[in-house]
Design a protein around this ligand. Sequence first.
Ligand code: BES
Ligand code: MN
Ligand code: MN
Length: 456
Amino acid sequence: MQKIKDYVSANTDRFLAELFELLRFPSVSADPKYKEDVIKTAAFVAQKLQDAGADQVEVCETAGYPIVYGEKLIDPKLPTVLVYGHYDVQPADPLELWDTPPFEPTVRDGKIYARGAADDKGQFYMHVKAFEYMMSEQELPCNIKFMIEGEEEVGSSNLGTFVKENKERLSADVIVISDTAMISLEQPSIETGLRGLSYVEVEVTGPNRDLHSGVYGGAVANPATILSKMIASLHDENNHIAIPGFYDDVIELSDAERKALNEAPFDVEEYKADLGINEIWGEAGYSSIERAGTRPTLEVNGLWGGYIGEGAKTVLPSKAFAKISMRLVPNQNSTRITELFQSHFEGIAPKYVKVKVTPHHGGEPVVTPTDSIAYKAAEKALHETFGKMPIPTRGGGSIPIVALFEKELGIKTVLLGFGLDSDNLHSPNEKYGIDNYLKGIETIPLFHKYFTELSK
Ligand code: BES
Ligand code: MN
Ligand code: MN
């Protein structure tokens, strides 16, 4: 323990400098403009894995962005840990809301501000540096494999094929992912579930062209108004989702499970103040913790149509659009939910408009075990670095590959996340605490050590 602490202190400046280098690559997978940068990022990650001592390092081509693979196999009799992460990031816009440029990492108040700082560059890179330590100090207790992808933020559409074609290469006893949050540095926690996702785009068409809103307004249905009404009808007065069948497959938590989850510290006043909201909102009968972790949701992610430029243009738009996501919980299925949404949404369309629903990527929900060796090892490692026993929580976000790994490889995951919910993921001014980063690097070798010991 002291040895890794000393190693981290002696190398802090370099660990930060390398992460900053990684953060300077604008590896936005959603925007083709950054294609070259995304590819360069993969090469950088591969180089760093190689430098840290990995063998068989390969930038594996896919139909989309490459997957970086590397491994260190020391003994087939020892357990194998597969580390998964993603080097791609979300788009940085709206740029004007950043206090410092998203791809020029800047430290303020002990936090690194940059797109990808917490999601997921700062987090997966902890594993690369922990690996460097274990290699250079002869402390690697087990076999280790790395698989760092470049399309997580756009739905990992080529990862499934890669996993299916590389089952042997990816075989492992556990998958460890640092791409989630903990409660705080004072109260470590481990996410034990992730929500699934069903994501659709809807298009509502009224008249065959944009119209003068004075000449035709009042006599022709406005698709923007219709779309707003349709969207508003998707929640009832208790904020339940009003799509027939939506909750059919939801497994309700037991009273004991609900009680345990609600024991996590949560200060509603702090929550409201942090977000600048006057009141919290959500499904009747559930706490905020439950609403954001264990309940399915439906959210509008984008809504547009008509004139949205400077000044006022009087127009009755021909079309209105929305991007809608539904977060899913066990045992909902994303394909089924997408179908339910589609038939419901088409069904509620009034005859004044035409409706088109286009499905985007999806992913299945997961619950990760708390009685596994890997969970126990994570608990023990976090306890040692943070001086406090971590508590289990449920994450509201989605990492669709977790369910896929389980299905294709039969391997369970442990979510060893060191971020905070307040890190502004996908928002302007994304950040990651330097302490989170360094503590993570300290904790990871302990995880490998305890996982190996407990596996015996
Ligand atoms: N790292 C996040 C997911 C996450 C964040 C899980 C916080 C738990 C806590 C991941 O990069 C992400 O953003 N996933 C997307 C889904 C993907 C299919 C685009 C998400 O959750 O929206
Ligand atoms: Mn992520
Ligand atoms: Mn993300």
